[in-house]
Design a protein around this ligand. Structure first.
Ligand code: BES
Ligand code: MN
Ligand code: ZN
Length: 505
């Protein structure tokens, strides 16, 4: 965890181990860089003229011995073409800067990148993106390494952002606190999702959620165990757990920041702690990645951490149905018909389409809260990766205004979603000769038919579904949880809180 602060002041006067200033293409100095250049009698222009720094985005150059300034070093960071610099460009440059510094002797730095005007971007966004992306860049999951990955001797600990305007200071300090809460939520989500299936089970996830009430007094947590769920008729959820020796849980977290009679927003996170596919067993390669199949649950718990830390004045309920999906003599079988909590029957044609089975009962349970909206987040379909790749999450909704709100929040939070249609025509793919519906709709439009299935359990309220199969974790060398979509949902809830308080006045 780093320490972030804001201040205003002249670059040449900053007493720091490292001063960070930007350079645009081609070799155009930002105002802060220009000031340093003037103070140092052309030191920076001499360097750029030699061709060491053209301003290409993400390029960095560390300078020692810059005369007539208070800082020990200056880090030049390329920002690309000035006209094209957007929030993603700032994130890229910020990541590069932090990576360049982290392995040096700089435990502290002062950045002037936050002074730069970025097209269509508020100071809030600039600060939040800076902080969230720095924390993301420096995150490591090393709790299971014996020799903690030999990190730098003096890691980066403290970052100060310079503001161009003194009068923004108070507001900026609030943005820093909010961004820190969001970063902490993202870290919670990453730590949970990165834990392997033998350590993160439905039981240990429930324990983790319970423990959060120790640090967040406003948070209430209740865990429904198997017998409670049996009494409630959650047979769809329970059927998935049958093949595992790990008992299922339904984690219920409540943050009541508004009046008790204000309808809550309910978040529902898919918590399959390991998805082997069950009897419809998945192929071997990459099956380890199915430990991330609780990414929706992890993000839901991460969002609750952020909401609680910010003490948002709204009511938010998190429902986390959590199970392990395994093949076994007692396991659910293809062809089995189960009766969900809603009363609707489901023919299970594929036990690997388990996410929707645990979600449908949680969505029915959500109706009890008479919610103002329900948002579920789930690593639900491989088809989502085929449709959209790993850039946006998919959003499908029975209410366009809600989908639009999420799209906008994703834009603002740089945690984007892309809408897919949820038209009636897709429902035909779920027909069954033996039950009210089948749990799969064939290969075509797999992300949509999964959402179409869920929509049969969400008729009573405004609902949106986020398929995060492509965004919850990264593969390859950087394999690991991303913490998405914590930032998106935090932004969404902050906006809802703002609207509610405006409505009251
Ligand atoms: N957890 C998977 C979806 C998934 C697969 C996410 C790969 C990320 C990467 C889900 O439970 C699943 O297995 N879905 C099936 C559905 C199919 C049987 C209709 C899928 O996508 O293959
Ligand atoms: Mn599955
Ligand atoms: Zn799954």
């Amino acid at each position: 965890m780093l320490e972030f602060s804001v201040k205003s002041g002249a670059p040449e006067k900053q007493r720091t181990a490292c001063l960070i200033v930007g350079v645009f293409e081609s070799r155009r100095l930002t105002p802060a860089a220009e000031t340093i250049d003037r103070a140092s009698e052309g030191f920076l222009t001499a360097v750029t003229r030699r061709g060491d720094m053209d301003g290409e985005i993400g390029d960095t150059l560390l300078l020692h011995g810059v005369p007539n300034i208070q800082a020990d070093r200056v880090l030049l960071v390329g920002l690309g073409k000035e006209r094209e610099l957007d929030i993603r460009g700032l994130v890229k440059a910020t990541r590069a800067a932090v990576e360049a510094l982290h392995h040096r002797g700089t435990s502290e730095c002062v950045s002037h990148l936050t002074e730069i005007d970025i097209r269509g971007c508020s100071l809030e966004q600039v600060l939040r993106q800076s902080i969230v992306s720095i924390e993301d860049t420096l995150y490591r999951f090393d709790e299971l390494k014996t020799d903690k990955e030999l990190g730098p001797r003096r890691p980066l600990r403290k970052v100060t952002f310079i503001l161009s305007n003194r009068k923004d200071l108070m507001e900026a300090e609030r943005h820093v606190r909010e961004a820190t809460a969001i970063s902490n939520g993202v870290r919670v989500a990453k730590n949970l999702a990165n834990r392997p299936g033998n350590l993160l089970t439905p039981t240990t996830m429930a324990d983790y959620a319970r423990k959060m009430t120790e640090t967040h007094v406003d948070l209430q947590v209740e865990v429904l165990d198997q017998s409670r769920m049996e009494a409630l008729g959650m047979n769809a959820l329970l059927s998935v757990a049958k093949g595992s020796s790990e008992p299922p849980k339904m984690i219920v977290m409540e943050h009541m920041g508004a009046d008790a009679d204000t309808p809550p927003i309910v978040l529902v996170g898919k918590g399959v702690t390991f998805d082997s596919g069950g009897i419809s067993l998945k192929p071997g390669p990459d099956m380890d990645q199915m430990k991330f199949d609780m990414g929706g649950a992890a993000a839901t718990i991460g969002v609750m951490s952020a909401v609680a830390e910010m003490q948002l004045p709204i009511n938010v309920v998190a429902l986390v149905p959590t199970v392990e999906n395994m093949p076994d003599g007692n396991a659910l079988k293809p062809g089995d018909v189960i009766r969900s909590m809603s009363g609707q029957t489901i023919e299970v044609l594929n036990t690997d389409a388990e996410g929707r089975l645990i979600l449908c009962d949680a969505l029915t349970y959500a109706g009890r809260y008479k919610p103002q909206a329900v948002i579920d987040l789930a690593t639900l379909t491989g088809a989502c990766l085929i449709a959209l790749g790993r850039v946006p999450s998919a959003v499908l909704s029975n209410k366009d205004a809600l989908a639009n709100e999420l799209i906008q929040a994703g834009e603002n939070a740089n945690d984007r979603v892309w809408q897919l249609p949820l038209w009636d025509e897709y429902q035909d793919q779920l027909k069954s000769n033996f039950a009210d519906m089948a749990n799969i709709g064939g290969r075509e439009g797999g992300t949509i038919t999964a959402a179409a299935f869920l929509s049969r359990f969400t008729r009573e309220y405004d609902w949106a579904h986020l398929d995060i199969a492509g965004t919850a974790w990264k593969v390859g060398d950087a394999k690991g949880a991303t913490g998405r979509p914590v930032a998106l949902l935090a932004e969404f809830l902050m906006k809802r809180a703002e609207q509610a308080s405006v409505g009251k006045k």
